[in-house]
Design a binder for this molecule. Structure first.
Ligand SMILES: *Cc1c(COP(=O)(O)O)cnc(C)c1O
Length: 367
């Protein structure tokens, strides 16, 4: 949280009520399923501890990528189970997991061997990752039954939740969705059909292409929805609220004559007498350096186009079309007035990347 003294007006405002609202939407979307609030990468850039606090009442547990992220939450006093989505990288982590009730994903045989050889104060709840077609992490289908049986036989293991991850859940018409669901259903049936399972990320949760049923055994792993983003173009949800509003002030204004260029590389050139506003945010703050001319910025009630290459600490926008603009006016780079997905589309990225790359030098202000 931001307790220090910050003069810098450039900031990321984080709305606790938006986070709460979105978590309640996720809760309703999940129906009878259980909900894992995914708050890795410092809560997708929003601040993991603040997010954990805001969504506490709506989720059943948290998920992060690796153990250090989980320990930060334990230090802040959170006692809910925390799933480690990348699992453990060394056996030294296992006693720490047991002590702090951290639940590692197990995705290769070496991790099972390490658990079998560990001395633990309490047995671990583990999540057995199966590779049903994404081919990034997890046991191949043919190896899942043996892995599941071996884990279940270990005194160091309290429970095994079977999990998988969809590669195309955001694409309603993608063939792999059906194939991955079929493979996962077979694996669930051939291991222990009544045990807990987990397949859905946000897109799978809200997509009509993926059927989670109303299975109380299913754990939905929802991240991006919490932050106010629908990662699909087709699935409908209740209205979401942008949890982050990234702002920067106008710090300079100038008139630029036709033919003059603006910024590094003189990429943008004035075709008419133009007014250029310089904003105090750049790629060192996480604003994407590859943003092309025309990328929208929200200023004084309308969208204005980026004009010129993004610098480390500043960007320039063409405000010729604005009636009123003054030094100190606050621009919104993304937020309630300018969806982060709109900016992501303009720069060839995704909302996830823009949100989680807002750098530590941008103070977070919690509302
Ligand atoms: C990050 C992550 C999620 C969350 O995905 P969203 O699209 O943000 O809901 C779910 N599952 C796994 C394995 C992840 O790594």
């Amino acid at each position: 949280m931001n307790n220090g003294l910050h003069f810098r007006p450039t900031r990321a405002e984080i709305s606790m009520t938006a986070l709460q609202h979105n978590a309640e939407v996720a809760r309703r979307e999940a129906g009878d399923c259980k909900l894992l609030g995914v708050i890795k990468a410092d809560g997708y850039g929003h601040g993991a501890i603040a997010v954990a606090r805001a969504i506490n009442g709506a989720v059943d547990a948290y998920a992060v990528a690796f153990i250090d992220e989980a320990l930060q939450l334990r230090e802040a006093g959170f006692t809910q189970p925390i799933v480690l989505l990348e699992g453990c990288f060394s056996e030294a982590e296992l006693p720490v997991c047991a002590h702090y009730n951290l639940q590692p994903v197990v995705h290769h045989q070496g991790q099972i061997d390490a658990i079998a050889g560990a001395r633990l104060v309490k047995p671990l709840a583990v999540w057995l990752k199966t590779d049903t077609g994404m081919h990034r992490l997890g046991f191949a289908p043919a190896a899942v039954e043996a892995a599941s049986r071996e884990l279940a036989s270990l005194k160091q293991v309290a429970s095994v939740t079977l999990m998988t991850h969809f590669a195309n859940a955001d694409r309603v018409d993608h063939d792999l969705n059906t194939l991955q669901q079929e493979r996962f259903a077979e694996l669930c049936a051939s291991t222990s059909p009544t045990a807990a399972i987990s397949s859905a990320n946000t897109a799978a949760l809200i997509s009509s292409a993926i059927d989670l049923g109303t299975d109380a055994n299913q754990w939905c792993r929802t991240g991006i929805l919490l932050y106010g983003v629908n990662p699909t173009t087709t699935a409908q949800t209740e209205q979401l609220q942008a949890a982050m509003r990234l702002t920067a002030p106008v710090m300079a204004l100038r008139e630029v004559a036709p033919g003059e260029a603006v910024g590094y590389g003189s990429r943008w050139r004035a075709e008419r007498a133009s007014r250029i506003a310089t904003l105090a945010i750049g790629y060192a703050d996480g604003y994407p350096r590859h943003a092309p001319d025309g990328t929208p910025v929200w200023l004084n009630g309308q969208q204005v186009p980026l004009a010129g290459t993004v610098s480390m600490d500043m960007i320039t926008v063409d405000v010729t079309g604005l009636n009123e603009v003054a030094i100190g006016d606050e621009a919104e780079l993304w937020g309630p007035n300018l969806p982060v997905t709109t900016v992501a589309d303009a720069v060839g990225s995704i909302s996830y990347e823009l949100l989680c790359r807002v750098s530590p030098r941008v103070p977070r202000h919690y509302k």
